[in-house]
Design a protein around this ligand. Structure first.
Ligand SMILES: [Zn+2]
Length: 168
């Protein structure tokens, strides 16, 4: 018999959002549920349930206690994490232009180059996309590729966005 390991001890290295991670909630009355939902964080935080996760490995799987709910919430973007995302929770100062490589500049989604003058860096495109949706109404594609390059003028990001959302 073994005790569950501590996910909190691994800090941000615990892969909370791994698709094959199996979350298990143990309720005070002894009932057990798995899979989690939108209220899992709140229930664990208030002590309504205790949260565990099975991290499957190739040869063996391990049971972890999700004992750092702050890390859990940051990983699932329930609370904003500046270190993880590179993004301050503020109004970004953004410049953009249509990518010179875009061959269909009138298509509904276009490639753009983008610069952040506020000092933020983009490590998590989904968080940046949701911030820009709230701040400017932009629709940045999060399913495709994105990237960045750096030269003497700073860091240039490339991503795809819905053209008409940029115009507003
Ligand atoms: Zn910023």
């Amino acid at each position: 018999m073994q005790e569950p390991r501590s996910a909190g001890a691994m800090g941000a290295d615990f892969p909370y959002t791994l698709k094959t991670m199996c979350y298990i909630e143990v309720f005070a009355d002894g009932s057990v549920h798995w899979g989690g939902d939108d209220n899992t964080y709140h229930r664990a935080l208030t002590g309504t349930s205790r949260l565990f996760a099975v991290w499957p490995g190739e040869w063996s799987s391990h049971l972890f206690a999700i004992d750092d709910l702050d890390q859990y919430a940051r990983a699932f973007r329930i609370i904003h994490d500046e270190a993880r995302t590179g993004l301050t929770d503020h109004e970004h100062q953004v410049r953009w232009s249509v990518s010179p490589h875009e061959q269909k500049p009138t298509a509904s989604y276009i490639s753009i180059n983008l610069w952040l003058d506020c000092g933020c860096t983009i490590r998590d495109l989904e968080t940046f996309a949701s911030q820009m949706r709230q701040q400017k109404g932009w629709h940045i594609a999060t399913s495709g590729g994105w990237g960045s390059s750096e030269d003497s003028t700073g860091r240039t990001y490339s991503m795809r966005a819905r053209r008409k959302s940029l115009a507003t």
